[in-house]
Design a protein around this ligand. Structure first.
Ligand code: ADE
Length: 291
């Protein structure tokens, strides 16, 4: 089970971009398991349909809406549909993103712009629309998922630049929107978070085996370990936290073995739990009204 109490997010509504696979999938599952109603948004219709079948076959708590976050009209449609189905919005998790490994010298302008648009412009459009349509009047809570670019991001310079932009956007909005009751934070998963989708994206070479020795926990992280950080930031337990970045990397972004070598060990085991679709009456007190 999730470490958070059952029903913690009863009555709440969340949008999770990229919510059908990988880290976004784990976030959507944990939110659902805590009584939240979730809209997953992605460009790929088949992925969305499959995810709904697996995550909430009844379709009561989960809605899938096709949306390319690079397109203003599609983002506007996502919020219109979400608000007309669920009546309100509490959480926005900007997880959808994408990049391709390449030395910067070989990146075309088209490739550069595609990565900036998906990761930075898409997050801008999603945040702005959430604010204009609901959060400005009613408050809300945003978590932006970024990437470990703290020592630069060689081979991924485009996404490093975009994610650094999102981290700074997070801080600006935490201030600009505080008086509307909006908290805005970022979660930064290390490159050591293993998911099947991430593995497939990297193609031939097994990046995860290269990364593993440089993780202080000497193991890869799980999407669920990212999800619990997101759920914490969305919870009232984080009521006084805004403009922050929570790194979920077991300290990997701090570690180089120049002065201190961490031996192989298994003293930081993962916390894992199995998702099962929400059952009838499980999250009592879910009136469907904002709480
Ligand atoms: N995930 C990756 N790229 C995306 C996009 N353009 N729109 C929505 N989700 C995405």
């Amino acid at each position: 089970m999730s470490v958070f109490r059952p029903g913690l997010f009863a009555g709440k509504v969340a949008i999770v971009t990229g919510g059908a696979t990988g880290i976004g999938r784990a976030i959507s599952e944990e939110l659902l398991s805590l009584g939240c109603r979730v809209v997953i948004a992605s460009r790929k219709k088949e992925r969305l349909e499959e995810a709904v079948k697996e995550m909430d076959p009844s379709g009561k708590s989960l809605e899938a809406i096709q949306c390319n976050i690079r397109r203003e009209d599609e983002v506007q449609n996502l919020f219109t549909k979400t608000l007309s189905r669920f009546g309100h919005l509490d959480f926005l998790v900007n997880n959808g993103g994408g990049q391709f490994p390449s030395p910067l010298a070989d990146v075309t302008l088209k490739g550069w712009e595609a990565v900036i648009q998906t990761n930075l412009t898409g997050t801008f459009l999603m945040c702005r629309e959430a604010y204009r349509t609901w959060f400005q009047e009613n408050g809300g809570n945003i978590v932006n998922i970024i990437a470990d670019m703290y020592r630069g991001f060689p081979m991924m310079a485009h996404t490093g630049a975009a994610r650094a932009g999102v981290e700074n956007l997070t801080r600006s909005l935490a201030i600009e929107w505080a008086a509307s009751g909006v908290r805005v934070n970022a979660v930064c998963p290390g490159s050591s978070i293993y998911s099947k989708t991430a593995r497939e994206n990297y193609g031939e070479n097994d990046v995860f085996e290269t990364v593993r020795p440089f993780v202080p926990a000497k193991r890869l992280g799980t999407p669920q370990e990212v999800s619990s950080a997101v759920c914490f930031l969305l919870s009232p337990g984080a009521a006084f936290i805004s403009g922050a970045t929570l790194r979920v990397d077991a300290g990997g972004s701090l570690y180089s073995n120049l002065m201190w070598n961490i031996p192989e060990h298994d003293r930081i085991p993962p916390y894992e739990w199995k998702y099962k679709p929400p059952q009838e009456g499980e999250n009592e007190g879910d009136s469907g009204k904002p709480k």
